[in-house]
Design a protein around this ligand. Structure first.
Ligand code: ATP
Length: 459
């Protein structure tokens, strides 16, 4: 594990140093696998979510949005199969009490895929091969057992203690529960999709790799409803859309790959799943997923709620339950992939090193930073006027303290595409120095041309 974390260390350090991501509850010694997104992390996340909404809801005519509750009726989780089936196999080291996901332990120590093994088969493999605990080295494991990943809480609405409610482990189910409301209240016609962004919670057995696997995270999910006969075509077109998204946020295409799930490893609801995996520094791992959920969820909710959840064809009046293609995107994994993709320790011609995040402008937390060469007037007043103009259009930052070189370096580490310096020439001819983050080239641009000059580069 520490080796895995080592490959991420420079990025984790930058995230802390520059206010992207802090460990959760740090002043109390930390609270494992929780994180706060600092002033730049929150901007990055907002840019990801806003762009996703724009691309998948506003730029299409076949999509609508939803913001459903985190707490759904407990019967919904029974119907969806999560109460009985949303679990991982867990195994404990009796010597040091460390807990592991049994399939991961087998994969890491015996280099064998354990996805379709039963609990008994996994236990036998671990015991017979005398697998050593990666933490303490002892070969003394318990039996493998199921561990449900849903967090439970209790409601006392009826006055009776012990009414269990679950924090949602995926946002999808809220969409299925409101499918009927959407069909009845807004003019949607098959094929159409519903998008939702929101928190999901999973009591992961072995979280880790920074924000890659956390217990509280955000999902951006689409449930796309279509006719059964069209599922393959729809699946392929969403796969292309997911690649288009990766390009749009600036991920290097060579680092994004498709991974088809073998039939025997599919989730209980899926007939086909393809993951988009990304080459993270700690290995190639799932970034997003695309699943053909058939009519499983809507049929189960119809059955368990006793409600009719049919779609009526407007022309033929035929009634049926639509099938579903689900593209799902994790916000934190997107953020981590963007950071890994953008991060560079660059050796400059003069031998110095600079750390830079090469974010695509649409994703960058700050678009433009404005500096007066010195704090004193009339430079500061001029710089503030430039800042006010640009701030109305983009998220900008004003920085007047320290040497100009240091201010550039700080913005490089934040991934700010452009810096503007107001200097003594500005007072003479109303031009500023515009510095490009990636090439570090500087050019003089007239203040009156700044907006038209920057706009095409930032959009
Ligand atoms: P994994 O196999 O890595 O556990 P999964 O297949 O269970 O992931 P899904 O159920 O498909 O994941 O969840 C949809 C998306 O939500 C994932 O593609 C990922 O981006 C994100 N995600 C899932 N679990 C976590 C987690 N624990 N922390 C952060 N993001 C997550």
């Amino acid at each position: 594990m520490s080796q895995i974390q080592d490959s991420l260390k420079p990025i984790v350090a930058l995230c802390k140093r520059r206010g992207f991501v802090y460990p959760g509850s740090e002043i109390y010694g930390g609270f494992a696998n929780t994180y706060s997104f600092g002033p730049y992390g929150v901007e990055l996340k907002r840019n990801i979510k806003d762009l996703w909404w724009k691309m998948f809801v506003h730029e299409r005519r076949d999509m609508v949005g939803l913001d459903g509750p985190i707490l759904l009726h407990p019967k919904a989780w029974k119907a969806s199969g999560h109460v009985d089936g949303f679990s991982d196999a867990l195994i404990d080291c009796k010597a040091c009490k460390s807990r592991f996901r049994c399939d991961h332990l087998i994969e890491e120590t015996l280099h064998q895929n354990a996805d379709d093994l039963t609990l008994v088969q996994m236990t036998d493999l671990v015991h017979q091969n005398k697998v050593k605990c990666p933490k303490c080295g002892a070969s003394d494991f318990t039996e493998a057992r199921h561990f449900n990943l849903m967090f439970q809480t209790h409601m006392s609405k009826t006055g009776a203690d012990g009414d269990v409610a679950y924090l949602r482990p995926e946002t999808a189910q809220a969409i299925f529960l409101d499918y009927k409301n959407i069909v009845d209240t807004v003019r949607v016609k098959l094929p159409f999709g519903v998008a939702q962004i929101g928190k999901a919670f999973r009591n992961e057995i072995t979280p880790g790799n920074f924000v890659f696997r956390v217990i509280e995270f955000e999902q951006m999910e689409i449930e796309y409803f279509t006719r059964e006969a069209a599922w393959e075509k729809t699946f392929d077109s969403w796969l292309q859309e997911m690649h288009r998204w990766c390009k749009r946020i600036g991920l290097k295409s060579a680092r994004v790959h498709e991974k088809e799930h073998p039939k025997e490893q599919l989730s209980h609801y899926s007939k086909r799943t393809v993951d988009l995996v990304y080459d993270f520094p700690f290995g190639t791992s799932e970034l997003y997923g695309l699943a053909y959920r058939t009519d499983f969820d809507l049929s189960r909710h119809a059955e368990c709620s006793g409600q009719t959840i049919d779609y009526t064809d407007p022309e033929t009046r035929e009634k049926f339950i639509p099938h579903v293609i689900e593209p799902t995107f994790g916000v934190e994994r997107t953020l981590l992939a963007l950071l890994c993709d953008a991060y560079e320790e660059e050796k400059l011609e003069n031998g110095e090193m600079r750390t830079v995040l090469h974010f695509a402008p649409c994703i960058a937390p700050v678009k433009v930073a404005v500096f007066p060469l010195m704090k004193k007037e009339p430079l500061a007043e001029k710089a503030q006027a430039v800042f006010a103009t640009l701030q109305a259009l983009w998220h900008c930052e004003y920085d007047e303290s320290g040497a100009i070189g240091k201010r550039y370096r700080r913005q490089d580490e934040l991934g700010t595409p452009f810096c503007i310096t107001i200097d003594f020439d500005t007072l003479e001819n109303d031009t500023v120095t515009l510095r490009d983050r990636d090439s570090m080239k500087q050019e003089r641009v007239a203040i009156r041309d700044l907006v038209s000059h920057l706009a095409p580069k930032l959009h």
